[in-house]
Design a protein around this ligand. Sequence first.
Ligand code: HEM
Length: 115
Amino acid sequence: MLHAHITSWVLAIILFIIAFSLNKQGKQHGFKTVQRILRVFYLFIIITGAQLLFSINVNFTYIMKAVFGIVVIGFFEMILSRAVKKQPTGVFWGLLVVAFAIVVYLGYTLPMRAF
Ligand code: HEM
């Protein structure tokens, strides 16, 4: 399940970047398709993450890991929806990077290891 979790968020990042650049190029049809696939990957991330949570004795750090994981998904969505409306996204990119760094740090300091 850990591998499925990692594969899901790595692919989600790639899809997010593709969606962002398609929107920037004005390719709205492609953007909408990629955004739909991306949203399915959010579900994969949450389902695999929840299964990992249910497989262990959860403590506060795990809860923080899960909360920040959902926050990262929230920033993906906010950046894309603001980019579509041509609103500035700079602050949200900064917040995304910080939240992402926290999630990866927590993920790799918690005991399960895929690599
Ligand atoms: C984009 C969002 C997310 C990212 C980037 C992410 C990243 C990671 C990383 C890097 C690991 C460690 C992998 C390893 O040790 O090899 C991990 C493990 C885990 N993730 Fe996520 N995650 C995200 C979302 C979530 C969500 C939403 C949940 C809960 C619903 C969750 C629950 C977990 C759990 C329980 C583990 C196992 C922790 C451990 O190593 O002991 N994650 N995740």
